[in-house]
Design a binder for this molecule. Structure first.
Ligand SMILES: Cc1cc2nc3c(=O)[nH]c(=O)nc-3n(C[C@H](O)[C@H](O)[C@H](O)COP(=O)(O)OP(=O)(O)OC[C@H]3O[C@@H](n4cnc5c(N)ncnc54)[C@H](O)[C@@H]3O)c2cc1C
Length: 636
């Protein structure tokens, strides 16, 4: 065993497919001094028992692009490294039992084509010709992706590791990272079971263990393990290695050829969370007990699709843990809590397909110290600390597993882990027929059902049931006046001697304005790129109120904080939950407010883009004359 180095340019924790991919890409991009630490053996976490499907059809365009990169890499990796990968371009068929599913497949195929991926809509008959074992009389249609394939996940990991080693990386197995050394909010080194390593850059690719590893350094990595199962049969007549991968989302199932038999797995609509008390010590190449009761529904659906399964001999029911996140996207990027602490984890059952592209994206992110493209859907800064609450995660991930094969209707809301954050007006809105959605944990009224209408969105790809009711609200706002509960907006106080200088550097508009002025502005990065759009209200010479979108909370706070110079005097305090906000918007908003306030609300007395305290009834409130609706209005 080679001794651990005392120093490295970067330490990657975790020798699964993701850690190996990050190491491979860092070395191919020219970094030599790369160290991977794996507590057990390479691929011994979740990677070894993955089914190995690599499908490019996704509802997110960024994901599609990353998986396309994976396919490019996997198809050349064996020739490049001399290590077998099991990669086979067998193509895939995704079938639709319903019209809605077909709409989604068609849309996903169109996204795929925009990234240069060949994707063809085919009839049930054509699907049957490509997959003779499949029953097709109940299908509406299908999509054929000739470039999709399958791989051996453990072999891909070994090939990536071999490529990384050839590029100068050191990979140490049986070395556990026990702590991360921080200095002045930055990574300074790691403590391991075999000594310390000094490093400026840490990459947490610790799979199921990533949340716990993050917690040691105050880094939020909201993921939780769930059970994921598949069976493998003995050989079945007609199954050859050329058989395409087949996905039947309506049945929650997928199929892949495995040694002339079938591997069939699925995404249970409500799966079982696992590892409530933490991941057991020494869990390496581990599996979980078979659960035929839970698998039965998937098995029944599978027999409906491939009747030959009825008589096939099942040689294995594999139950393995995989980590899932609160929104079914993986977690990538630099943690807002610690500089140069990167995370690549929570791959929600898509880690094999995604690792090639995601590993490259993360390596480029580390080298350039910024994301290589818009990766917001996967960006770690979309979460806040409350997302790592174990009780919330347990409830949420159980639903997330099934989301994998949901029909991705627009405006679809998750049902679990709701009600985390409520505005003081919540009950009143509910009494008025609000149909709530959730954003950054906040319950927000999406639309209001009039008397006699149930406040529940009926999902469809066409016009949904809320349309006429939202139209009535819209008309009221345009022609008269409407009130909005905007409490969920994020609010920061930026204070201190250098508050103006910090915001002035980041904001595109001039925020060196007198107290009482509101500036609507973009917040930019060094390349003139867009980080956020927000309103900046000057409260005093050394104090600003910054109001931004709920989803941007962590990202914007991080962006502002990281631009306070080391010797700068400015602090950011998140006051989002301290203030409720009511928007009063529309041409008659002045008239309405005048009924409850004696303040001068005329254009001369309260001009646009100004803010001050006024009395409303017996309360003093901060009123800001701004609007997102294109009409006269105030935010209170
Ligand atoms: C049954 C099943 C089937 C699947 N099928 C597919 C599929 O067909 N296609 C697909 O794309 N995905 C599939 N997946 C998902 C895929 O397996 C995972 O997304 C992927 O393996 C995750 O890789 P990883 O590198 O993030 O995690 P892991 O493989 O778990 O690697 C993390 C590593 O970190 C190490 N580690 C943790 N803590 C420390 C520490 N403190 N110090 C040192 N080392 C540490 C662990 O030992 C582990 O080896 C499947 C998953 C399951 C469970």
């Amino acid at each position: 065993m080679t001794a651990l180095p005392s120093q490295a340019r970067v330490v990657i924790v975790g020798g699964g497919i993701v850690g190996a991919s990050v190491a491979y890409h860092l070395t191919t991009l020219g970094w030599r001094d790369v160290v991977v630490l794996e507590q057990g053996s390479l691929s011994g976490g979740t990677t070894w028992h993955a089914a190995g499907l690599v499908g490019q059809l996704r509802s997110s365009s960024n994901l599609t692009q990353l998986i396309r990169d994976s396919v490019d890499l996997y198809s050349r990796l064996e020739a490049e490294t001399g290590q077998a990968t099991g990669w086979k371009r067998c193509g895939s068929i995704s079938v639709a039992r319903t019209v809605e599913r077909m709409v989604q497949l068609r849309r996903n195929a169109s996204v795929a084509r925009s990234y240069g991926i060949e994707a063809e809509e085919i009839s049930p008959k054509q699907a049957g010709e490509r997959y003779p074992l499949m029953r097709t009389d109940d299908l509406v249609g299908a999509v054929w992706i000739p470039g999709d394939g399958k791989a051996n996940p453990a072999d891909i990991t070994q090939a990536l590791a071999r490529g990384a080693r050839a590029g100068g990386a050191q990979i140490h197995e049986s070395v556990k990272v026990t702590g991360v050394k921080l200095e002045r909010g930055r990574v300074a080194g790691v403590h391991t079971s075999q000594g310390d390593i000094t490093t400026d850059v840490l990459v947490n690719c610790a799979g199921l263990w990533a949340r716990e590893l993050g917690r040691m350094s105050g880094v939020t990595v909201p993921l939780h393990a769930c059970e994921h199962m598949y069976i493998v049969t003995n050989p079945i007549d007609g199954v050859t290695s050329d058989l395409p991968v087949m996905r039947d989302g309506d049945g929650h199932i997928y199929f892949k050829e495995e040694v002339a038999g079938l591997l069939m797995g699925g995404f249970d609509p409500w799966a079982k969370a696992w590892g409530m008390e933490g991941i057991p010590e020494g869990f390496s190449f581990g599996t979980l007990p078979e659960d035929w009761g839970k698998f039965e529904i998937l098995m029944r659906n599978a027999i409906e699709r491939v009747p030959a399964l009825e008589t096939a001999q099942v040689r294995l029911l594999m139950n393995g843990p995989e980590s899932f996140t609160p929104d079914n996207y993986f977690i990538l990027g630099e943690a807002p809590e610690v500089r140069r602490y990167y995370v690549g984890a929570g791959f929600c059952s898509g880690g094999i397909a995604t690792a090639g592209g995601a590993g490259r994206a993360l390596a480029e992110w580390i080298i350039a110290d910024r994301p290589p493209m818009d990766l917001w859907q996967a960006d770690i800064r979309r979460f806040a600390p409350f997302h790592a609450n174990p009780a919330f995660l347990r409830e949420r991930v159980s639903e997330i597993v099934g989301v994998h094969y949901f029909v991705a209707f627009p405006n679809r809301e998750l049902e679990s882990g709701r009600g985390l954050r409520r505005s003081p007006l919540y009950e009143r809105l509910q009494a008025r027929g609000a149909c709530f959605g959730s954003k950054m944990g906040w319950e927000r009224a999406n639309w209001f059902a009039p008397a006699g209408v149930t406040p529940k969105t009926e999902y469809s790809f066409g016009r949904q049931n809320w349309f006429p009711h939202a139209a009535a609200e819209h008309r009221a706002c345009r022609e008269a006046v409407a009130r909005f509960d905007q409490t969920s907006f994020s609010k920061f106080l930026v204070q201190g001697r250098d508050a103006e200088a910090v915001l002035q550097r980041l904001c595109a508009n001039d925020v060196a304005v007198p107290p009482g002025r509101v500036v609507y502005t973009a917040m930019l990065n060094e390349r003139g790129g867009f980080e956020s759009d927000l309103t900046v209200t000057r409260l005093a010479g050394d104090a600003y109120l910054v109001v931004t979108g709920s989803a941007q909370t962590t990202r914007d706070a991080d962006w502002i904080r990281r631009h306070v110079p080391e010797d700068g005097r400015a602090t950011l305090t998140d006051v989002g939950s301290a203030y409720a906000v009511i928007g009063v918007m529309g041409p008659r908003s002045r008239e309405l407010l005048s009924r409850v306030s004696s303040a001068d609300l005329s254009s001369a007395g309260f001009p646009f883009a100004t803010s001050r305290e006024i009395g409303i009834g017996r309360a003093m409130v901060r009123a800001s004359r701004i609007t997102y609706v294109g009409e006269l209005g105030w935010e209170l």
